[in-house]
Design a protein around this ligand. Structure first.
Ligand code: NAP
Length: 251
């Protein structure tokens, strides 16, 4: 048996991150469950441990350098050196451009882009040392442009350029970097969007599903499945790609 891989999933207390952490644990990895609040990651860790896996909840704000470095150090000390990283933590601060505050802009760019940058820069050391690594960054169909999301669309398009550059720089060390770009996935994030536009979440899902070629909305497990493939041993020749997980070619 090969040695157990150690993964870090950010924003893994709920939604896509929690499903991804559980899936990677089921795939045989030990998982560092990073979220803003350590206690919030407990449910994800408990479900992994109950299924016979290894996991550790770590509290860190992905946009804060000392917290990111401490989180990676803790995972390395308690689980082992991390060589799989899923930059998933995310927030929305939707507003039309003329109403968007600097804080809305800075917060969204900070969590998605600065967060992915800080985690990738910190974790790559372990990957390069082991001459093996997998990075997956969460983009979105919103990268193609979405009304009310100038900040989020810029961040998610930025994630794609960031990913392709990591693929070029880290490839010689056996490290791949890819992005997944989900469409509509049922999580607290899309529930908040439904609330913002004043539509019940069930109705919102039904209306959205009617516009999606496969005629259903996505589940966190749909994204976790794609990430599971990208971080697998056999996916070493897939790098710098963006995979849309959207039930069709785009939003
Ligand atoms: P979610 O349910 O809102 O979960 C996001 C998680 O990230 C939460 O646990 C949140 O913690 C955590 N988080 C937020 N800011 C953080 C920070 N600074 N440091 C550490 N953790 C932080 O979101 P989701 O729907 O699962 O989305 C996950 C990722 O997929 C995001 O990057 C999102 O942009 C992307 N995505 C989602 C969809 C969709 O339809 N849902 C579509 C495309 C892309 P708190 O609970 O404490 O805030």
């Amino acid at each position: 048996m090969t040695e157990q891989r150690i993964a870090i999933v950010t924003g893994a207390a709920r939604g896509i991150g929690a499903a991804t952490a559980r899936r990677l644990a089921a795939d045989g990895m030990a998982v560092g469950v990073v979220d803003l609040d350590e206690a919030a990651g407990k449910d994800t860790v408990d479900s992994i441990v109950a299924a016979g896996g290894r996991a550790l909840a770590v509290g860190a704000d992905v946009a804060d350098k000392p917290q990111v470095e401490a989180a990676v150090e803790r995972v390395a000390a308690e689980l082992g050196p991390p060589t799989v990283l899923v930059n998933n933590a995310g927030v929305l601060r939707d507003n039309l451009l003329f109403k968007m505050s600097e804080d809305d802009w800075d917060t969204v760019l900070g969590v998605h882009l600065r967060g992915a940058f800080l985690f990738s820069r910190t974790v790559q050391k372990h990957m390069v040392e082991q001459r093996w690594g997998r990075i997956v960054n969460l983009s979105s169909t919103s990268a193609l442009g979405n009304r009310g999301q100038a900040n989020y669309a810029a961040a998610k398009a930025g994630m794609q350029g960031f990913t392709k550059t990591l693929a070029i720089e880290l490839g010689p060390f056996g490290v791949t970097a890819n992005a997944v770009a989900p469409g509509f996935i049922v999580t607290d994030m899309t529930a908040a969007t439904a609330a913002r536009v004043g539509v019940g979440f069930e109705d919102f899902q039904e209306q959205t599903a009617a516009q999606i070629p496969v005629r259903r909305v996505g589940r966190p497990e749909d994204v976790a499945h794609t990430i599971s493939f990208l971080v697998s041993e056999g996916a070493g020749f897939v790098s710098g790609q963006v995979i849309y997980v959207a039930g069709g070619p785009r939003a």
